[in-house]
Write a protein that binds this ligand. Sequence first.
Ligand code: P53
Length: 479
Amino acid sequence: MKKQDLRFPDGFLWGGAVAANQCEGAYQEDGKGLSLVDLLPAAEGGRWDALQDPKKAMETTYDYYPSHESIDFYHRYKEDIALFAEMGFKCFRLSISWPRIFPNGDETVPNEKGLEFYDNVFAECLKYGIEPVVTINHFDTPVGLMKDYNGWANRKTIDFYLNFCETIFKRYKNQVKYWMTFNEINMILHIPMFGGGMDITGVENPEELKYQAIHHQLVASARATKLAHEINPDNQIGCMLAAGSTYPNTPNPEDVFAALEADREGYFFVDVQARGYYPSYSKRLFKEKNIKLNIADGDLEVLRDHTVDYVAFSYYSSKLTSADPEVLDKTEGNVFATLKNPYLEASEWGWQIDPIGLRITMNEIYDRYQKPLFIVENGLGAVDKVEADGSINDDYRIDYLREHVREMREAMEDGVELIGYTPWGCIDLVSAGTGEMKKRYGFIYVDRDNEGHGTLDRSKKKSFDWYKKVIASNGTDLD
Ligand code: P53
């Protein structure tokens, strides 16, 4: 099909995205409790092992914890939001740190100081006409919930989460309209500590426990959706998937089916959140994995009656898979198994760059759910070089984003409804996967290195002016 030259619709939500646990720092300030992310060292310190074995992570003292100070957004949010406003952001995606509001997770009364912080952050956004887009749980479950309840493995966590939701829906009723219940909800399958605040080591059937925790999250998500609509009918609630379509390695039908199954692993969640019921293929999945779910009375009705308003997702890359275990060699440290696609180049961290994959992914998701989409993460993690004059010429990042924005427009011309685009890490922040600072995504550079040295000063990269122009022209000027 012919490439189109399109304007984005008026009101399109251009912006950027961060998460509390990766930017705020101030990890024990004003009554904040520990988040499980606060237990993690950086890559060289053994982050990947710690993620796989939360108990060990709790017992070990590491030399350095990247989240403890992070980029100090907690104290510098005014300066940062002013820079976002200068770029012309229409929205800003951030998350609320659960242990800042409920330090152990199971309290009934919230920490007022924590709530005040977000009052101020939202007020600052709204001062510039920036719409806050809030992720309720982005990888930072309170350590207390993991220690005392094994997180989402325990049904009680539903109520703790809903108490958190009710508190913030009421408090920020007049400030926030766009919410997401869980960041990358499918991440629980790959990193249960991040996604589920839980430890599965030594469990007899870890798959069963994971899907039980998933059931709890899906019920919690639906009940939160119900609550949000009751508290303010204008609220828009989204689910959020780590997306990126899977291609078959060859035209061998076995490979094609393996690719379909790989995508279903993630769509499973959205099938429930957007359609309101467990997909038909889940019967076989549960049977083969020997999973018996405890489903309480009323759960299935809640799932059916409270589906999401929009489908949000992150997209960094497509994936390539094979049915042949000899071919499929999962490299350690990678969350998603993927083969090398010979048609694609990869980032320095091995993430394959595939803008057309975004168009494919958007079309697939929209065909499946017919709900508005919101791309809430996309971007290139790269090493940036500060020149002698202080400038940072991140043309590679501009190229990456430009091509993805082009394909976004193509997908919209294909008929996909897209409400917004918030590139990940609009200001440099700590990497979730590796704990590094040098894996940078930002339009704004932060002077801080992998060991925590640096002034924390902010400066504009070349991509800052580029993105400003993109927003000002509503996507027509991508050069
Ligand atoms: P980092 C893995 C694969 C896809 C998305 O990731 C992922 C991850 C976790 O590493 O997470 C999302 O920082 C997540 C963000 C994260 C971002 O992708 O490892 O929602 O918190 O920072 C990028 O480069």
